[in-house]
Design a protein around this ligand. Structure first.
Ligand SMILES: *Cc1c(COP(=O)(O)O)cnc(C)c1O
Length: 423
């Protein structure tokens, strides 16, 4: 496979953009090769600038659950764009999306649109603090909630240092209000509530962790978080930026039967356009300006073109439950193939259409077990898959995302390539 034009573009980009990319993981640094530059996508495939074709398991890191360049979404977006790109004034499509989401995720009674998942979680935490009058939050080691200052602490595949921010430029004072617990370990949460009694505003969690690779909640974990937060008058924030509309039309809350107080959304909600949102019970959301005293605003929030892409995607998901059955079947088939291929050498974790194969013999249930993975071995496997036309996330600590556009033939082709890999 030739990557000449990609290499050229990468060199040019590096002159003008830090690392040549607009989001770090795109630089492929964790897998020992240079990134491919994408020209276009269609269905379950992407095509790079050298004319190579790949079956895509990144799908823009999750948003494209209907696949690339979905015709219904494109048509709706073109019509919306022709009416004008943005007004900074309310439009009817915003209430339509809001109403639809409250039907799909019943714990959300009111919702506010923003422009990214980062903004959604940052704002949700501000509301939780404003509502409870408390300052501390609990997050889990290895969970990622965007790159806002207070949340960039032990945030997944980033740098790992002692109880300090993961990033330079974050004052240590910001991170002091972020208390860390271990994923799938209720005792670690209970200890924090004992120590910081009446000071914790909220627990924020990925109901299925997917930013240290896919780590499902153990039975009772989410139920335990619900109980502990209720006992302590703290809020439970489900960060469903990945799981929302992906694991079920009603997200992880539907799948596991637990209601969050505040839910954050992103990725699929924009159908490929930049959208995030946070929503929850009425009395909590009414704390947000202009009804309440928690300030949050956005020039392009609720952008009509982006809302239209989201609305078309969400309606399709709500009206076609068969999509989730198909995703489950494809996921199960791939999972079985990976388990057969790697046996004891890898831990394959999957929930519906997100999956990770960790190159470790250990059972991965949290951050500590995830990092026992052999990232060199992952890099070798990644480069082999890419060279054979299978595009997966360039990091051990990310998920494979399946889309409804993924055909059975392409699942079979993926398995054929996988089986050709020399261990
Ligand atoms: C991607 C992600 C975010 C951040 O969303 P952006 O749109 O990239 O800012 C937050 N939380 C989770 C769980 C995510 O996966």
């Amino acid at each position: 496979m030739k990557h000449e034009r990609s290499s050229e573009l990468f060199e040019l980009s590096k002159k003008y953009i830090p690392g040549g990319v607009n989001s770090p993981v795109r630089a492929f640094r964790a897998v020992g090769c240079d990134p491919v530059f994408i020209d276009h996508g269609k269905g379950d495939r992407v095509f790079d600038v050298d004319g190579n074709e790949y079956i895509d398991y990144v799908t823009s890191w999750g948003p494209l659950i209907l696949g690339h360049a979905n015709e219904m979404v494109l048509e709706a977006v073109s019509k919306a764009a022709a009416k004008g790109l943005t007004f900074g004034a309310p439009t009817g499509v915003e209430y339509e999306v809001a109403e639809l989401i409250t039907e799909m995720i019943p714990s959300i009674e009111k919702i506010r649109m923003v422009n990214s998942g980062t903004e959604a979680v940052m704002s949700a935490i501000r509301v939780a603090r404003g509502y409870t009058g408390r300052d501390y939050i609990v997050k889990f080691i290895g969970c990622y909630h965007g790159h806002s200052d207070g949340l960039l602490v032990k945030a997944g595949s980033g740098a790992m240092t002692e109880s300090k921010p993961d990033s330079a430029g974050v004052p240590s004072g910001y991170a002091e209000y972020t208390l860390l617990a271990d994923y799938n370990d209720l005792d670690s949460v209970q200890k924090l509530f004992d120590e910081y009694k009446d000071k914790i505003a909220a627990v924020v969690v990925e109901p299925v962790a997917a930013n240290m690779g896919v780590v499902p909640p153990l039975p009772g974990f989410l139920e335990g978080l619900r109980r502990i937060t209720e006992e302590n008058d703290a809020l439970l924030i489900f960060d469903e930026v990945i799981t929302g509309f992906r694991l079920a039309a009603g997200g992880a809350q539907q799948l596991y039967g637990i209601q969050a107080d505040i839910t954050t959304l992103g990725k699929i909600i924009g159908g490929g356009m930049p959208v995030g949102a946070y929503g929850g019970r009425k009395e909590i959301m009414d704390k947000v300006a202009p009804t309440g005293s928690v300030y949050q605003a956005g020039t392009l929030s609720g952008n009509p073109v982006a809302m239209t892409a989201g609305l078309t995607t969400l309606r399709t998901l709500k009206d076609n439950p068969g999509i989730y059955e198909r995703l489950e079947a494809k996921g199960a088939k791939l999972e079985a193939a990976y388990k057969a291929k790697f046996g004891d050498r890898a831990c394959v974790n999957r929930v519906g259409s997100i999956m990770s194969a960790f190159f470790t013999p250990e059972k991965v249930i949290d951050y500590d077990t995830a990092v026992t993975s052999n990232t060199e071995a992952f890099g070798r496997y990644f480069r082999y898959m890419l060279e054979n036309g299978i595009y997966i996330a360039p990091s051990q600590f990310e998920a494979m995302f399946m889309s409804d556009a993924l055909t059975d033939e392409d699942v079979d082709r993926t398995i054929e390539v996988l089986n050709g890999y020399e261990l």
